[in-house]
Design a binder for this molecule. Structure first.
Ligand SMILES: CCCCC/C=C\C/C=C\C/C=C\C/C=C\C/C=C/C(=O)SCCNC(=O)CCNC(=O)[C@H](O)C(C)(C)COP(=O)(O)OP(=O)(O)OC[C@H]1O[C@@H](n2cnc3c(N)ncnc32)[C@H](O)[C@@H]1OP(=O)(O)O
Ligand SMILES: Cc1cc2nc3c(=O)[nH]c(=O)nc-3n(C[C@H](O)[C@H](O)[C@H](O)COP(=O)(O)OP(=O)(O)OC[C@H]3O[C@@H](n4cnc5c(N)ncnc54)[C@H](O)[C@@H]3O)c2cc1C
Length: 664
């Protein structure tokens, strides 16, 4: 039987080349080919099914994690997948697992902080999965404050070993993914003590479990920390707890690229900055920005397709009701999220370039761009994950009641995504790092040090403090120079205001504590400017395909103008725009919504997500929502029997008792 495309009418209206847009979204023709091939491979393999995840018990769910990970590894070997293909495989399997931490943090940490010798010893074992590693930094008592970690690694010159110890309950390692049940090894961040002196936090490779029977090694207490938010979701991950009781490891298991301990127990610091110990977090924060575009685009794809299928009110003469996507309020909530998904994609691409550049410089002992890389990764991780978490929840609401069903895919996506606002650095703590960087930049203005990179705009601070926005008609808001000037003026004015207010305090520390809410807002303004700038720069490149650039430009304008609307308090209070110009933003936004409306199904089709990956009845490619929702309801285990288990024990006696009481 021929399949009906319930969204066919929508697809017939699309004004741009969707296939060309798929290439832009994927990054290149080759990346699209890899993504497409691997997503189909996953979708067609029954071991990777995920439609039952929300009803499995924790043990069953974890068992599927193990099965899927082992099967994925088998396929990687059999098909000789490249690193890129293997990473796509993990992405499309779409189930958080210990493998993420092994490949995503354990290996990068050894690469970034290990000496050549250490890399030679450990990386081949890790690459062949002969050991499984995790990243164990956070403790029960400290996560954000890394310098406050309490686990100790004390050098014993007699035996040439470090003794790992957990001196307090709060020093127990707590949260590391993969630690609870799967890992054989961990990168333990602990205080280095030599000759009674505390040298602060350093990384150590520690074996936790036997490679023969997986039992914990002597002196090690280890387990899972318990069930987390939401059904399914992040519960496939074995986040763990770990305590050491005087566990000995050889000296050469301290990662020694940044600093070394000699055979005699002497502590040596190399030229490499200490902050490199935090390097793995910079790497992962960068990947999290691209991940945000994936999570948001997934939610937006579901909400957009469903909004085109769903009809409510507005029927005239028995004709069809209005598609909810045609309500301006729906567009005003949904289209800025669609635009944000594209914006985060492009800023993620740029951040990847920045990270690659800083890594190459570090290898050549050029550390000059490290502060900028830290501020950008911290700030953009914070901005994009907060907006994505809120955006997923907004998409759920955009789908009305059906969005609350697990079969919409949105509750699980929300539950699995929201910890991104916390892991790899709490989002507020990270924004405070950005504001520190901004305050330093402002304090150096006029000292001869020219601001570069993402703070280069501060070089024109005098102009930015008094310039006026050049908008008279709504269409003027479409000029990239006008948008950039408004965002630059807002960011510069907010940072300068914070710096001026800070100078009123007797100490910098007191000022930072008192003004931290304002500092966070200044950091957000700076990060939004980066996203807008990188999107505009993307549009300056050649982008092939009929109508593709026009659609991307419309989305860029929607992204920027919806932010101006949302934060108009900042723009107005700082005198960057007038109330009249703020109202022209809304006029222009409405016109942009009308421009993209016929194309929105094409813009979400361009993500090229399979129905398996989306995991949503509401977001099905064919829009065949109602029959599938109806069918799905009958699969619920509660519907296995017509009369529920427990009827005779609980319902019947209640009913009978009421009957007796009524008769009395
Ligand atoms: C089959 C294939 C599979 C493939 C898999 C592929 C990919 C998967 C990828 C990844 C997995 C992704 C997700 C998995 C999910 C979850 C994992 C979660 C893991 C974790 O959460 S790990 C723990 C993370 N913890 C944190 O982020 C803690 C946050 N806190 C900090 O970062 C710091 O403590 C702090 C807040 C920055 C403060 O540090 P402190 O030492 O006190 O510093 P300051 O005094 O404030 O600053 C001193 C100085 O240093 C600069 N600085 C700080 N941090 C950095 C840095 N990271 N890099 C460079 N410089 C830094 C700071 O700016 C100051 O500079 P000054 O010039 O001002 O002195
Ligand atoms: C799902 C998940 C997976 C994780 N995986 C790992 C892992 O693999 N390995 C690992 O080592 N860790 C992991 N973590 C731990 C994670 O990195 C930390 O939880 C995170 O860094 C936040 O630290 P915290 O819990 O100490 O929060 P806290 O710092 O205690 O935050 C609590 C509140 O205090 C506020 N706050 C804290 N400091 C300040 C300040 N200076 N100024 C203003 N406000 C402040 C925060 O904004 C927040 O609102 C994971 C966590 C989660 C949730």
């Amino acid at each position: 039987m021929e399949e009906i495309d319930h969204l066919g009418h929508e697809r017939s209206k699309i004004e741009f080349d969707v296939e060309a847009m798929k290439i832009v979204w994927a990054g290149s023709q080759r990346a699209l080919e890899v993504s497409d091939r691997i997503s189909r491979l996953v979708a067609s393999d029954p071991i990777f099914r995920k439609d039952d995840r929300t009803i499995l018990s924790r043990k069953e769910l974890f068992n599927t994690t193990l099965r899927k990970s082992a099967h994925a590894w088998k396929r990687i070997i059999e098909l000789r997948l490249t690193e890129e293909e293997a990473s796509r495989l993990r992405f499309y399997i779409d189930q958080p697992a210990f493998m993420d931490l092994h490949w995503g943090m354990f290996i990068p940490a050894i690469k970034g902080q290990g000496t050549e010798e250490q890399q030679k010893k450990w990386l081949p074992l890790a690459y062949k999965m002969q050991i499984i590693g995790c990243y164990a930094q956070t403790e029960l008592g400290h996560g954000s404050n890394v310098q406050g970690l309490e686990t100790t690694a004390t050098f014993d010159p007699k035996t040439d070993e470090f003794i790992l110890h957990s001196p307090t309950l709060t020093s127990s390692k707590w949260w590391p993914g993969g630690l609870g049940k799967a890992s054989t090894h961990a990168l333990i961040y602990s205080r280095l003590i030599t000759d009674g002196q505390d040298h602060g936090v350093h990384g150590f490779i520690v074996q936790l479990r036997s490679l023969d029977d997986h039992l914990p090694l002597p002196g090690i207490t280890i387990g899972d920390i318990g069930i987390k938010f939401g059904n399914g979701a992040y519960n496939s991950m074995d986040n763990g707890v770990l305590r050491f009781d005087h566990v000995r490891i050889p000296r050469d298991q301290m990662l020694m690229r940044v600093s070394q301990v000699t055979r005699e127990g002497k502590y040596l610091q190399s030229d490499v900055p200490r902050q490199l110990v935090y390097g793995t977090m910079v790497y992962v924060r960068q990947t999290i920005v691209s991940d945000a575009s994936c999570a948001l685009s997934r939610a937006v794809c579901i909400a957009t397709r469903y909004s085109a299928v769903r009809r409510q009110f507005g029927s005239q003469d028995g004709g069809p009701e209005t598609q909810v996507i045609d309500y301006k309020t729906q567009q005003n909530r949904l289209f800025p999220l669609l635009a944000s998904a594209y914006a985060y994609r492009f800023v993620g691409e740029w951040l990847k370039w920045l990270y690659t550049d800083v890594t190459q410089r570090l290898q050549a002992n050029d550390f000059s761009t490290l502060p900028e890389a830290h501020a950008c990764t911290a700030g953009l991780k914070s901005l994009t994950t907060s907006a994505t978490a809120d955006g997923i929840e907004e998409c759920r609401k955009l789908c009305g009641g059906h969005g609350y069903l697990c079969s919409s895919g949105l509750p699980e996506l929300f539950a699995v995504y929201i910890p991104a606002c916390t892991y790899e650095g709490d989002n507020i703590v990270l924004l405070l790092q950005v504001s520190r960087f901004l305050m330093k930049t402002v304090s150096q203005l006029g000292s001869g040090i020219k601001p570069v990179g993402t703070t280069a705009y501060m070089g024109q601070v005098e102009h930015l403090m008094q310039c006026h926005c050049d908008v008279q008609r709504a269409e003027d808001w479409l000029k990239p120079s006008v948008i950039l000037a408004a965002f630059q003026a807002r960011a510069a004015r907010m940072s300068v205001a914070c710096a001026q207010n800070l100078s009123k305090f007797s100490s910098q520390e007191e000022g930072f504590a008192e003004l931290s809410a304002d500092l966070v807002e200044a950091a957000v303004a700076h990060c939004q400017l980066i996203v807008v700038t990188k999107y505009i720069e993307k549009l300056q490149q050649a982008i092939p395909g009929k109508g593709v650039k026009e659609q991307l430009a419309a989305l860029c304008n929607i992204y920027a103008l919806s932010l101006i609307h949302k934060h108009q308090g900042d723009f107005l209070a700082n005198g960057c725009i007038t109330p009249k110009q703020a109202s022209l933003v809304n006029w222009q936004l409405r016109s942009l919504y009308a421009q993209v409306r016929p194309n929105v199904i094409g813009l979400v089709d361009a993500f090229n997500y399979t129905d398996h990956y989306l995991g949503s009845i509401l977001g099905r490619y064919d829009g065949n929502v109602y029959p599938k929702l109806y069918e799905e309801a009958w699969k619920d285990p509660l519907n296995d029997s017509v009369v529920p288990d427990g009827y005779h024990e609980f319902i019947r006696p209640m009913l009978k008792q009421q009957l007796r009481t009524a008769r009395l």
